[in-house]
Design a protein around this ligand. Structure first.
Ligand SMILES: Nc1ncnc2c1ncn2[C@@H]1O[C@H](COP(=O)(O)OP(=O)(O)OP(=O)(O)O)[C@@H](O)[C@H]1O
Ligand SMILES: [Mg+2]
Length: 334
């Protein structure tokens, strides 16, 4: 009996909400085509948070926009697979994609003010998304809006329903956007720097709320940030992006206890670390390269203290190191 249980545990397949592989998104510019997303791949399990981390311009938003098929022209997805709930999003028609966006995949973006319509009441804005994806009566929609407002922490949903965005604080507006994002019970939530515009206390409240929603509803989340400290507290997996590529993927525990890629190590070192009473801040030398002017070989090699001749010639493949652990670096190719 015990043996059967062990075998069942062993065979238990992880439930994957989304699996992205070989994703390429290019942008045509006056000075040629740039690869904003280059061979990106990762997956997110049910109920888990994957943090997509990278410096400004590394391609985080472009990756999110590619998943949602909202890449603005002159950008376009040229290759890849995005398997979500058994279908490849890249093969869906525009109409099919519309029925997924805001419904099966919820989205939260950085700017709480610009994402809301200033002349429409809060309650109606939340209700619009529900009405678009569901065939519900007006009173059912209103009840659902009250329920959502309560769920995101408003104790007075009736009052909030009739307010306009300017009557709310930044943190409250972000709560409204979260209510819209989860209004149709999505299985995946994509949040692009959702707390960057907020103060630290409000940020903590929003992160706590998102965590509760994930555990309560078994949602998965793609959380985009440049802040490693947030991911340490909030994430399950970390995915490090640099110049359009994924350099490392690993669980939060593995990543923070032993970052593999020299860039990841540099990122961790550049966070303030306290050693006795001494504070140190080590920066990674050099600059993030322009996508229009990338070096040959590994894109990080000009800044890497472990650079080898091969790094300057060829780009390393992503190599599996362990369970859910990948790194793209010649230090780990043997
Ligand atoms: N319309 C465009 N024309 C040319 N380049 C573009 C265009 N849109 C985006 N890019 C480039 O694509 C790259 C990826 O941009 P993206 O917005 O995904 O970066 P990001 O990682 O989200 O940065 P941030 O942290 O600043 O939000 C950047 O180098 C950017 O300059
Ligand atoms: Mg961005």
């Amino acid at each position: 009996m015990h043996r059967v249980k062990i075998i069942k545990e062993f065979l238990k397949v992880k439930e994957i909400t989304i699996k992205i592989s070989g994703l390429h998104t290019e942008i045509s510019t006056d000075s040629g085509t740039i690869k904003a997303v280059d061979d990106v791949g990762f997956h997110i399990e049910k109920g888990k948070v994957l943090g997509l981390i990278g410096e400004s311009g590394s391609g985080k938003t472009m990756t999110a926009m590619s998943i949602l098929r909202l890449v603005p022209p002159p950008g376009r997805i040229t290759r890849g697979n995005i398997i979500f709930e058994g279908r490849d999003l890249l093969n869906l028609t525009k109409k099919e994609m519309e029925s997924i966006r805001g419904n099966r995949i919820g989205m939260i973006f950085q700017e709480p003010m610009t994402a809301l319509n200033p002349v429409i009441r809060i309650g109606e804005q939340i209700g619009e998304t529900i009405a678009f994806h569901n065939n519900l009566s007006r009173s059912d929609i209103k009840q659902r809006v009250f329920e959502l407002l309560r769920q995101v922490g408003f104790e007075d949903p009736e009052k909030r329903y009739i307010q306009y965005p300017h009557q709310l604080s930044g943190g409250q507006r972000q709560r409204v956007l979260i209510a819209i994002a989860i209004s149709c019970n999505p299985s995946l939530l994509i949040a692009d720097e959702p707390t960057t515009a907020l103060d630290v206390a409000t940020e903590s409240q929003i992160l706590y709320l998102l965590r509760q929603l994930i555990s309560g509803q078994g949602m998965s989340m793609l959380f985009i940030t440049h802040n490693l400290n947030i991911m340490r507290r909030f994430g399950d997996y970390v995915c490090i992006m640099y110049a359009g590529r994924i350099l490392e993927v690993g669980s939060v525990e593995d990543f923070f206890s032993e970052p593999l890629h020299p860039y990841s190590r540099g990122l961790l070192d550049s966070i303030f670390a306290f050693k006795g009473d001494e504070t140190r801040l080590k920066a990674i030398p050099g600059f993030v390269p322009k996508l229009s002017d990338l070096p040959e070989g590994c894109k990080f090699h000009p800044r890497c203290m472990y650079v080898m001749p091969i790094c300057k010639k060829n780009e390393p493949e992503a190599k599996k190191i362990g369970e859910d652990r990948w790194v793209r670096c010649y230090l780990y190719q043997n």
